[in-house]
Design a protein around this ligand. Structure first.
Ligand SMILES: Nc1ncnc2c1ncn2[C@@H]1O[C@H](COP(=O)(O)OP(=O)(O)OP(=O)(O)O)[C@@H](O)[C@H]1O
Ligand code: SF4
Ligand SMILES: [Mg+2]
Length: 367
């Protein structure tokens, strides 16, 4: 259980205020599309004859962030830090252990809020593996139309819509609608997955390593398509990638995760120009860059991340941090408030006034 007061206790409304001008945009442009607070998922490791939980993988451990309407939030972090688990929790593909997910003012999965079914109309996800995301026995047209028919749209109308979605992602229906997934290239299949995700007219698209398996030229084309669709359809994106150059290109803000925790969040230019967290610095300095102005001088990351079953006490990064001190093992550094407040919060004692870290700024000054 999170010890932080819930969103409701802190006065965030649990049902949205209607916006008459645009019924889909229920709270107006100033209201975040998504508020995530205290999101937590620990996976049991079962063993023994009775299959009881012997240990818990702390995959996502109290993550907070906000996504504004129309923005792209990039999520980065090493393999296993909890990016995909966070995405799946947002989609309710698995149930969080605790935490609040508030979509345009409506708390998800609560009696008076937004049902999971309604959430999935407004939030869709595209995965890395373009092939396994599609049914190999269904034509492209049927795959795209499937969700619409399941929601009660007539077969004829669903086919028309599938054709228009194919056109929107740059595939000619005459050439592609009757093909099967194995008859497409990886880039074409990923375009189909994007078309399928967009058939329900979602407002938020989660892209989990959606371009990572594509070669560089196809990746660039799909990234440009995503930018164009975002503008045309007024979408909001959560974009997960291990590629720091792609994240820089596509994101407005960036969330950095380390071992199940959010450690830094802020505008993309600021994070790349002046990262605050020692982990973000190390991550960025390990990025290959042809441009000498983009190279970081912090020491690159060394060693592997610790075991998420038994993470270090205090700051989880302390075992790899070049400036760790006693306070870093004694106290968990907090990220700070996610609503309003700091534009570039960081979970590091070296940046918290009065934390006891020798590099911390003097009282009242946050740098
Ligand atoms: N169903 C599960 N059961 C047990 N552990 C799991 C399960 N799913 C994920 N994990 C563990 O949770 C942690 C976070 O996994 P997750 O897939 O979210 O990482 P990720 O950041 O997406 O990594 P990658 O960049 O490799 O995709 C990992 O240690 C992983 O092994
Ligand atoms: S809290 Fe301490 S160990 Fe963690 S990143 Fe900051 S200085 Fe390093
Ligand atoms: Mg992943």
């Amino acid at each position: 259980m999170s010890l932080a007061p819930s969103a409701q206790q802190r006065g965030i409304p649990m049902t949205a205020i209607p916006n008459d001008a645009n019924p889909r945009d229920r709270g107006g442009p100033a209201q975040p599309l998504l508020i995530v607070e205290g999101l937590k998922k620990h996976f049991p490791i079962r063993g023994g004859l009775l299959g009881r939980a012997q240990a818990w993988v702390q995959a996502v451990d109290g993550v907070d962030f906000v996504v504004g309407k129309g923005e792209t939030l990039g999520i980065v972090g090493e393999s296993g830090c909890g990016k995909s688990t966070t995405a799946r929790l947002l989609m309710h593909l698995m149930t969080p252990d605790s935490g609040d997910i508030i979509f345009d003012g409506d708390a998800v999965g609560t009696l008076r809020g937004l049902s999971v079914r309604d959430l999935r109309r407004q939030m869709q996800m595209v995965f890395q593996d373009s092939y396994s995301s599609l049914n190999p026995r269904m034509t492209i047209e049927d795959s795209i139309a499937f969700g619409l028919v399941a929601q009660g749209t007539s077969a004829k109308e669903a086919r028309t819509r599938a054709a228009s979605m194919l056109r929107m992602v740059g595939l000619t229906p005459d050439m592609f609608s009757q093909r099967y997934p194995h008859e497409l290239s990886g880039g074409q299949r990923q375009r189909v997955n994007i078309a399928r995700a967009l058939t329900m007219s979602p407002r938020l698209l989660i892209l989990d390593e959606a371009v990572s398996a594509l070669d560089k030229s196809v990746e660039a084309q799909v990234l440009n398509l995503l930018q164009e669709l975002k503008r045309k359809l007024e979408l909001t994106y959560i974009f997960i990638s291990h590629d720091l150059n792609v994240i820089q290109y596509i994101s407005d803000r960036v969330l950095v995760m380390y071992l199940g925790k959010a450690v830094e969040i802020g505008p993309v230019d600021e994070i790349y120009r002046a990262p605050k967290h020692p982990y973000t610095r190390a991550l960025l300095s390990s990025r290959p860059s042809m441009d000498p102005r983009q190279r970081m001088h912090a020491p690159p990351l060394s060693g592997d991340p610790p075991n998420p079953i038994n993470p270090p006490s205090g700051c989880r990064f302390r075992t790899r941090c070049p400036i760790a001190e006693q306070v870093c093992s004694d106290n968990v550094p907090l990220l700070g408030s996610v609503e309003g407040g700091e534009a570039h919060p960081v979970a590091c004692h070296a940046h918290r006034p009065g934390s006891g870290h020798s590099a911390a700024p003097t009282e009242g000054v946050v740098h």
